[in-house]
Design a protein around this ligand. Sequence first.
Ligand code: FAD
Length: 419
Amino acid sequence: MKVVIIGSGVIGVSTAWYLAKQGCDVTVIEKNSDSSLETSFANAGQISPGYATPWAAPGIPQKAIKWLFQKDAPLKIKPDGSIFQIQWIIEMMKHCTYNNYAINKERMLKLAEYSRDKFVELRQEIGIQYDDAQLGNMQLFRSQKQLDGMQKDITVLNECGVPYKALDPNGCVEFEPALANSKHLITGGLLLPNDETGDCLIFTQKLTKECEKLGVKFLFNKKITKIKKQHHKITAVICGREEFIADHYVMAAGCFSRDLMKQLDISIPVYPVKGYSLTLDIIDDAKAPRSTLLDETYKVAVTRLGNRVRVGGMAELIGYDLSLNDKRRLTLEKVVTDLFPNSVDLSKPNFWTGLRPMTPDSTPIVGTTPIHNLTLNTGHGTLGWTMCLGSGKYLADVITGKTPEIQIDGLDISRYNKV
Ligand SMILES: Cc1cc2nc3c(=O)[nH]c(=O)nc-3n(C[C@H](O)[C@H](O)[C@H](O)COP(=O)(O)OP(=O)(O)OC[C@H]3O[C@@H](n4cnc5c(N)ncnc54)[C@H](O)[C@@H]3O)c2cc1C
């Protein structure tokens, strides 16, 4: 089967890998000059099924109002002039009920756990290295209120059978010895020992090369602007004067998937949620983190990636704006210097922003569409790095008519056909 994939981010490349393994003739079309130069470029580095939690959660509407007036708040909303932004926010708020949260959490967790298992398999199969570590991730609490709130998460982790360990400040330092320098700030932590870390850019570009060895063709610097359809079938995707024809097409264009799908009269609620990261060289190994920790106060992750530290997080709903906000950089700097003082070189910051392709229920859209030869693999929001291999394998099985190895109801677009 001939398959064209639109988008060479971590999701498109993961899909290409599994399709090629199943004998498909795959072409990936990408508007940039290489894989992984958009949202998959410098994310926070967590492969974290343990934190596979919907943003749309009970209590979020109240918190969101508080955050609107708070300095250093993890969330910022500015009207982007579109009705879609308002619809998306309303739809997200509707998902903040206990019932919807439980459904979405289960879908995310299943896919994320499956994906993590695929990372283990892939490392064994091709020995891929990407500044990765398998040491577990820790959520770090600075206040008693946050520590008390941990019970809610523990209930969900118990229900889902995810291993965890609640830590006191000494336990946190045992896990991350460099926290000895900031122990006075810590009230406790929650360790997820099965979570992993790694650099998504290195991974995606290495997997691109591995895909090429299997015969996948990557066409870079080609922006698909038009999709031709006849009845319920795509007949070609178009870039300038070039037409690309296949038996099957996969939409993996991240935040840009929605615009392309509009041409086909299919509305997918994927909104660009802006985040920031700061990558810094380590200058004192003993003072730097070994793995990832998530500072609950700022909702910022601090991740060790080889001889660098990546600090990332924040959420802004302000459309496709990619300007770098210096206040955000200062907050990221504050988190890393609070927790790991004198560990990194702040004089050479690599400051980046990216747009998470986010659905209102926080779960990706993976699966078939009303168009017979088009499937979607998009909308992975905060956890596309975590879910990439699971989504890629699941979708490859759907496309080639195999029974997927995991059963997840409602992962495809049908759950949104009203939006
Ligand atoms: C600050 C931040 C921190 C994050 N931290 C984490 C984390 O710790 N863990 C985690 O799991 N996830 C994290 N994420 C989320 C994760 O990075 C994303 O979910 C993931 O990268 C999305 O991958 P993608 O392939 O769908 O999108 P992209 O990487 O954006 O890929 C889509 C590709 O499609 C191409 N494209 C678009 N339109 C066209 C067109 N018309 N023609 C041709 N090509 C096109 C684009 O150029 C792009 O290369 C974070 C995100 C941000 C912003």
